[in-house]
Write a protein that binds this ligand. Structure first.
Ligand SMILES: N[C@@H](CCC[C@H](N)C(=O)O)C(=O)O
Length: 325
């Protein structure tokens, strides 16, 4: 049994929060590590780690949403990262282990955190991130507080999602929700509702922890699915100045692997924008989604890779036992 201490850092992207561990630190059982330290009641917090601790915002990177999103015990996953500085741009191999011990092929907000973590180490602003869903280019803003990820082309074909169908699953009744299925690196089910966050009977009136699990585990999704509720607040399109305004869409996501609602989901935001465009619910190919933890900007051009942009904040660092038992 290994008892050595491992340096950890905590970051969040619009409230989707992650512990970051250098893959070379020798964590033997990554699933057990993630299950223990991500736990929302008994997991890692700034005052439970040993060693040097930096306060949130110390680096001038606290975002407007940080007050709500920073400082929570536990996390939505552990990012094990291997940095390859001999490449140009610098490459980072990313592995996300989730609170249930499973590994996710892709994570949009996680990839944004990876780029910011790599920027904090190298000062670079461009990175290639190797995920199990493919290599993704990341750009960190000049002040380091915002990251854009190229997210690949959203795929609706049944083999890619995957769904147990011969044709794409579009606006089909699944376990009480009207669902469209899309792959944005991981499988997503997207259901559009009529009312947004400002509507007392809208998206926030839904008991997501009750309605999502039957869809997440439905037979039609052989690998399960993340479940998104969305509501178009503004369809966007040409503004008074002749330029395209982004659509505005309220978002809630129940995540596979977390097995609960998260404050934000990047692959979910791209999935929502892609489905909105496919269903003709928005004008143009840009959208702002509004999950509970902040705002994300998405582009979903036809037949080209989508992009995801939003803030990333660093919370604290310290050391934890490699073996949490
Ligand atoms: N929070 C992530 C998605 C992580 C993966 C997901 N839970 C799954 O298992 O498919 C994001 O920001 O994209």
């Amino acid at each position: 049994m290994s008892t050595h201490a491992v340096p950890v850092e905590k970051y969040h992207g619009t409230g989707n929060d992650f512990l970051v561990v250098d893959a070379g630190e020798g964590v033997g059982d990554r699933s057990a590590f993630a299950r223990a330290y991500c736990d929302r009641e008994t997991g890692v917090a700034a005052d439970t780690v040993d060693g040097p601790i930096d306060g949130a915002g110390e680096h001038g990177d606290a975002t407007d949403d940080a007050a709500d999103s920073a400082g929570r015990r536990g996390a939505d996953g552990v990012l094990f990262l291997e940095i390859g500085e001999r490449y140009r741009p610098t490459r980072v191999v990313m592995t996300l282990v989730q609170p249930d011990g499973s590994t996710a092929a892709m994570c949009g907000n996680g990839a944004r955190v990876v780029a910011r973590w790599a920027h904090d180490r190298t000062g670079d602003h461009e990175f290639m991130i190797d995920t199990q869903a493919g290599t993704r280019r990341a750009i960190v803003s000049p002040d380091g507080t915002e990251v854009t990820i190229e997210m690949g082309v959203p795929r609706f074909d049944p083999t890619s999602v995957p769904v147990d169908r011969d044709e794409p699953l579009v606006e089909e009744a699944i376990e009480g929700l009207t669902v469209t299925a899309v792959d944005t690196g991981v499988p997503h089910a997207v259901s559009f509702l009529d009312g947004g966050r400002d509507d007392p009977d809208g998206i926030d009136a839904v008991d997501l922890d009750a309605v999502a699990p039957p869809v997440r585990h439905a037979d039609v999704f052989p690998q399960g699915a993340n479940v998104n509720l969305a509501a178009v607040v503004d369809a966007g399109g040409e503004g008074e100045d002749g330029r395209d305004d982004p659509a505005v869409i309220d978002q809630r996501t129940f995540e596979r692997g977390v097995e609960g609602e998260t404050r934000s989901c990047g692959t979910g935001a791209v999935a929502i924008a892609a489905v909105a465009r496919r269903l003709g619910l928005i004008d143009g190919d840009t959208a702002v989604t509004r999950p509970p933890g902040g705002e994300l900007r998405i582009t979903v051009p036809d037949d080209d890779h989508a992009t995801l942009t939003g803030p990333v904040a660093r919370e604290f660092s310290g050391r934890v036992a490699a073996d949490p038992r």
